[in-house]
Structures are given as C-alpha cells and as structure tokens.
Design a protein around this ligand. Sequence first.
Ligand code: DAH
Length: 503
Amino acid sequence: MRNQTGHVTRDSERFKPTPRGKKKKKRNLTRSVLIRPYLLVDPLNLDATLNAAKRYSTANPEYYQRPFSRVKSVAMAVPLAQTTLLFRTSLLSRNALRSFTTCIPSSSSSSSYSSSELHRKKWRQPVASVLEFGGVKIGREDVVRDDPTNNVPDSIFSRLGMQLHRRDQHPIGILKNAIYEYFDTSYSNTFDKFDNLCPIVSVKQNFDDVLVPADHVSRSYNDTYYIDSQTVLRCHTSAHQAELLRKGHTHFLVTGDVYRRDSIDSTHYPVFHQMEGVRVFQPDEWEASGMDATSYAAEDLKKCLEGLARHLFGAVEMRWIDAYFPFTNPSFELEIYFKEKWLEVLGCGVMEQEILKRAGRVNNVAWAFGLGLERLAMVLFDIPDIRLFWSNDERFTSQFSKGQLGIKFKPFSKYPPCYKDMSFWINESFTENNLCEIVRGVAGDLAEEVLLIDNFTNKKGMTSHCYRIAYRSMERSLTDEEINELQWNVRDQVQSKLNVVLR
Ligand code: DAH
C-alpha cells in the first residue's frame, strides 16, 4: 500500500520494520513494550538495557523495530519475466566448513530441574547432552549457565543442533536446496556453501565485524541470547561474513539456525533459519562495464536476486525498497507480490567497504544478502504456523519430499485453542520478550500466541497489562487440567522472575 508521499508501508517480518513503517500487527491495543530502533544501552548491564527499553517504548509507542533494518524509501517496479520453476535437487554441496574457531568458554553447569520443569519436559524434544558442529562438541553446560550474563533457557538449548536446514525432506531443507540449485545453475557451481557453522559466535563476529553500532538495540539482552558477555547465539548468518572473507572466499552461501528473543505468534519463533549470500568482484569486472564499482555490484545483485525470486515463485511482480542495514550501503529489500500481498523476501546491499578492508580486500567491491527461510517456506508450502516446522508428527513430516518445492501442506485437524488471561502491574524492567520467554519455557510449543489485550496507567502512575495467552497443540486436544497447570506455572514464574504484581 502506498501512502500520500508514495512510500510503501507493509507488514514487517524478521528483517525489519521501520520507525516510519507500519506497526507489526494491528492489535486492539498499542503494544506497550516494543523493540526500539536505537537505544543507548550497555549490553552488559541488564538493568540499564531494560530501563532504556522501557523509556524508549514509552516515548515511541508506535514503533516496532526488529534488528538491523530500517526502510528508507519506496520502490521501483520490476518487469515480469516468464520463467518456469525448476525442481532439481542440488548438484553439489561442496566445501562445508569443517573447522572453525570455537568460542565457547568452559564453565560449570547448573542442571537441576524443579518438578514443574520435569513435568513440562513431557512435551519437549529431548535435550541432547552433546552436540557437534563441524567437528566441535558442545554440551548443555557450554550454553545454559547459572550466570547473570546468560539468558539462554533450556527450551532454546533443546533446539541447538536440530539443523532443520540440513534435512532434505524438511521444508526448510527443500527450500535451501532449491536456492542452492539456482546458484549452482546460474553461477556454474562457483558459490561455496556452508551449512554447518557453529551457531555459537562471539559478540565480535555477530555485531562488531559487520559494523553493528555499539548502541544498536539488537545487542541488548532483551533481543539476543547471550551465553556470556562476549558470546552469543548468532542472531543472523551475517555473523560469518567477515571470517569467510578473511579466509579468502569470494562467492559463498551460509545457511544456519539463528536465535532471537521475540514475541509469540504464528510467524515468530525464537529459532529460525537464514541464508546469507556474498559475492566479491575484482576491479577488472566492473572496469570493463564502464560503471562505477558500487552501481555495478548493485545491478548484479538485483539481477541475481530477481532471478532467485523467479526460480522460487515463478513469474511474480517484484519491487525494490530502499532500506538501511549497518553492513551495506546502499541497502535494499526485495518484495514480491504473492497472493494479493507484498511479501518481503530478503534484505541485501553493497557491502560496506570497511568490512572488505578489514578482510584485506581493499580493491574489491561486494554484494551481500540475507533471507529468512521460514517466511518463504510458509508461503511456498502453505504452512500456517511456524511451530509446525519443529513438529515430528508424521502427519506433518510425511507430506514433504526431497526436491519437491511445490507441494502444499494439507492441515490435519485443527485442535481448539484455549485462552487464558493474566493481568499484572508491571515494573520498570518489564519487557514482553521476557514474558514470552517464561511462557515458552513453561508451555513450549503449546504456546500459540501472547497478546497484550489491555494496558492502562492509574492515577498513582502504576501501569497494568493484561495478556491473553492462547494455548493450542498442533497435534492433539489439550485437557483443561493440563492447561490450568501450565497457566498456574506461568503465573508463578511471571511473579517470581519478573517481579510483577499479579492482579
Ligand atoms: N542480517 C540481516 C538480518 O538478519 C539480513 C541481511 C540484510 C543480510 C542485508 C545481509 C544484507 O547480508 O546485506 O536482518
């Protein structure tokens, strides 16, 4: 939808919204705890971070910013071209990185469970005790620690190592392979592929190396999972750009699971999958064209990604949006018109020279892109809820096969949701992400949505929130008894861990 200034507003997803863009979702009330574009926060100081978040959200209630991107301006229409979809599987899967610098400091674990935790484990995936990435072993105690700088819960650890993107029969793996196939065919297998890089990275890799400002909101404890003050679960695959460039790679794709603290609804899950692409050019490549280096790279990037979108979606209408990312300049987002809606497909741009310079590539120019696999897979396979990607239910898993991108998911019976409301007086440090973490910790994937339905401040300046939690299993009917138990558990933990006063 265009507004009077010709700018585009639209639904936001993982990569972005903008202060000037639309709200994340129309809700019956303004969300009072929002993710801010820029905050002066110290990621090592949880209280300061949370207080800054609170101050910002009070001052900017209409903004909802996800990490990294801000849209700058509109679009340009891209002509349609007729192509057919190809359904071959990837020809090559070369160069999986077999070694990487591990950044896991050793420490002791705190692994005793309370009875309620044991109870909820019934509904969880088993937590593997040791995981392996590219030959490096990781134990639970490397990730979940009783340490004030650690905010990784067991529910997140249980997802580490699942690597949905490496399963050829899983929608995420099928999509990854279809993208590989596009690059292999269009670029004669010149792109190196990495899909087994360790998701545990340093703060430097995740943020500094890609020029994320020191005060950027994505660094906060509220948004990112910290293992310790210098180590995080990567929140984007861009975390690997600099290292791979330094190692001499000039054409590469990195696919992996990424982690973000987030709200709960059908399109948001704290673990999802991204693919990063980078291509470096040498001076002779753009010199011959008579174009300047940046325009040459930007043009090549757009051509490449329009081709990718057609490979995945067929002949679709597309448009480019000017955007902002710390790591690229200029930056763009690609949207396609699909089922009567503009859908954001990816973020991209011409890599900041500083990143290339630090990697020892002073005379080069490069493009980069990052795309979220879940949101594309939800559209391509008609998958209505992001939790389904994690389901082991045969009624889900048996519907997909290797190389079959076009298959539409047929929902098996839909079980009824159960709603529970909870009201409390919030305090200075309350954030919705912290609440959602508790709900996920207790209910796991039975938590379908957490929605703020009432929000007011009384004469004494005390603010009350009422949240409606929707519980629903994708696989079975829930009993009243178990939902009540979950809800009591949530109430207990909200009170004790968030220090709010239940009403
Ligand atoms: N890392 C960005 C995100 O997670 C996505 C992205 C945008 C990656 C632009 C890129 C890029 O490489 O150039 O929101």
